[in-house]
Design a protein around this ligand. Structure first.
Ligand code: SF4
Length: 213
């Protein structure tokens, strides 16, 4: 069964190549993007990040008035909530002196628990931050992952932690593999495994149980 996960990874990798995510310039920008992308499109996140006009840094977000931050991130939607969440994540990062290597020295489980108890940080956001900002080996599960599991199918138990463990248990424990695999799943979902699947030309078509149905 686990071979299925590996074979999907290898097939997607052979088709799309290494994707080198996340689309951000700094680890802090990844953190901000992970919060802002909740319930909106990436293009809206980009507009919100562009609104910082080069001032985006943890020091700036920590100091700026909440009202001003709210205005800056308005294009990302849910801006009142998200401004509070950004302040909270930034405060958490501040406990490490805004220093990425200091966070990386901590055990993954400890940092994950801290993020999960931070306002506005759910499992997907926490794992995105841990994987893409700090390089921790933790698998990110999102709606696209669940869609692939349902359609292919990959017979995992339901729920975020069960799906995450299933993928992690059937792959090499590697930040690079988890990073690429999540990016590959998202890319394939945007190209082929859309709400209404475009199976023709999908790299998984030969092995996917949904193909042709
Ligand atoms: S073959 Fe169709 S259903 Fe299966 S992964 Fe590809 S697009 Fe999705």
């Amino acid at each position: 069964m686990g071979d299925k996960v590996l074979s999907i990874y290898e097939t997607l990798l052979a088709h799309y190549g290494e994707l080198h995510w996340w689309p951000a310039r700094t680890p802090y920008e990844v953190m901000v993007g992970s919060v802002l992308t909740q319930n909106t499109t990436w293009s809206n996140v980009e507009k919100a990040i562009a609104n910082f006009g080069g001032k985006l840094s943890p020091e700036y977000v920590a100091d700026v008035e909440l009202e001003e931050l709210t205005d800056i991130i308005r294009p990302a939607g849910f801006f009142n909530q998200k401004a509070v969440y950004l302040k909270a994540v930034t405060e958490w990062f501040g406990e490490y002196g805004f220093d990425v290597p200091t966070v990386q020295c901590e055990p993954l489980a400890k940092v994950r628990a801290e993020l999960l108890s931070t306002k506005g940080v759910g499992r997907e956001t926490a794992d995105s931050i841990l994987l893409y900002a700090f390089g921790f080996p933790t698998f990110v599960v999102d709606a696209y992952t669940n869609r692939l599991c349902g359609r292919y199918p990959i017979e995992t138990s339901k729920g975020y932690e069960a799906v995450k463990s299933y993928f992690e248990n059937n792959l090499e424990r590697s930040e690079k593999v988890y990073n690429n695999f999540h990016a590959l799943i998202v890319t394939n979902a945007k190209e082929h495994c859309k709400k209404k699947p475009l199976c023709e030309g999908c790299p998984l078509a030969e092995t996917c149980g949904r193909y042709g149905l």
